[in-house]
Design a protein around this ligand. Structure first.
Ligand SMILES: [Ca+2]
Ligand SMILES: [Ca+2]
Length: 354
């Protein structure tokens, strides 16, 4: 189990780092575009097409460059993030125990650490996960352990640890989900995680150059567009969007394809490995259905194998991660589940329909 990355970053490097068949028409008034939305079993048909992946915008980070052409085949995508109610059905049917609910194994953990790393204190070897607590005042935004806390008993059932519950959050996205948990659920339900390229194509909602799933307006302007962090991260949250932690899915307007929360609420796992320079290897070709790099590599975390996350969360704002930009990339080790990490699933075209 690679919960290692959380511990190793927290302990060793102090840089922890950190988802009725009906046809209807939706008019996207802001952008004055119209798409035919095809929905079936709470999934939306995402049509095939080509786009320029990545960004040259001033907010774009190095791993979003260079921009390059990508072509995607059509697929079905969940209209919303997977909810607590949906995940509970899976757990009730299978007895599945999530990564966060299992005690870490030191023998597995140390395989991903530098040699001769001393064993952490026994108190860390109990079921736990990382929960968010705001700071009292401004802090260095590189010091992630100022707001992330290793919390015994925290899991999808208890998002903030002991004493918390999901009783009144069944329509919220499930959180504390590792990449392995997401894949286990996917296998049970007969779907799969999206590729990073599919995710970005879907998030664009039929546009080509917009910064966000809702267009180009700043996240802070006009009606709330997503569940993000309003105010000054990580110490002051005005909750202009009405939510401090997760929001019920479908609380804000969908994108042009009719997908909800492609920006914000919770980060969403993709199937790809993460490599910081992957785009440079695709820049001279039109990549057709790219599946991600064969090997994960991030020079800032050389010992940690990481998978891609997309879309930002309730902790994102423009001064911190701006993860709700359609091109923004994030990554985490596959055994890491945090209070802002969930997923949604896709399904390949079915000959009877598409
Ligand atoms: Ca919020
Ligand atoms: Ca999301």
């Amino acid at each position: 189990m690679n919960f290692l990355s959380t511990i190793s970053q927290k302990i060793k490097h102090n840089k922890l780092f950190f988802l009725s068949f009906s046809i209807l028409c939706l008019s996207c008034q802001e952008r004055q575009k119209e798409f035919t939305i095809i929905e079936k079993d709470n999934m939306i048909w995402i049509p095939s097409g080509s786009y320029t992946r990545g960004s040259v915008h001033s907010m774009a980070r190095a791993d979003e460059k260079p921009i390059h052409e990508v072509t995607i085949s059509g697929f079905w995508m969940n209209k919303t993030e997977v909810t607590n109610a949906q995940f509970k059905e899976f757990v009730d049917a299978t007895g599945y125990i999530t990564t966060a609910e299992r005690a870490p194994d030191w023998e597995e953990l140390k395989q991903s650490l530098p040699e001769r790393t001393p064993k952490p204190h026994d108190s860390l070897f109990q079921p736990a996960s990382l929960t968010f607590k705001p700071t009292q005042s401004p802090v260095d935004l590189n010091q992630f352990n100022q707001w992330w806390h290793w919390t015994p008993q925290a899991s999808w059932r208890k998002p903030s640890g002991a004493g918390s519950s999901i009783e009144d959050k069944m329509n919220h996205p499930v959180v504390h989900i590792s990449w392995y948990d997401a894949n286990a659920y996917a296998k049970w339900v007969g779907k799969r995680l999206p590729t990073e390229a599919e995710w970005e194509w879907a998030a664009k909602g039929g546009t080509q150059d917009d910064l966000y799933p809702w267009g180009n307006d700043s996240v802070d302007r006009g009606e709330p567009k997503t569940n993000s962090w309003d105010g000054q991260f990580p110490y002051l949250n005005t909750q202009r969007d009405m939510f401090f932690f997760t929001a019920p899915v479908m609380s804000y307007q969908p994108n042009g394809y009719g997908l909800y929360d492609m920006a914000g609420n919770v980060w969403e796992w993709c199937i790809d490995w993460y490599a910081y320079d992957y785009y440079s290897k695709l820049s001279k070709q039109n990549a057709v259905n790219p599946q991600g790099p064969e090997i994960s590599y991030d020079p800032t975390m050389p010992y940690v194998q990481q998978r891609v996350l997309r879309g930002g969360s309730f902790l994102c704002n423009d001064t911190y991660c701006s993860g709700y930009r359609v091109s923004a990339r994030m990554k985490s080790s596959p055994d890491t589940g945090l209070q802002h990490t969930g997923f949604r699933l896709v399904k390949d075209a079915d000959e009877s329909n598409h």
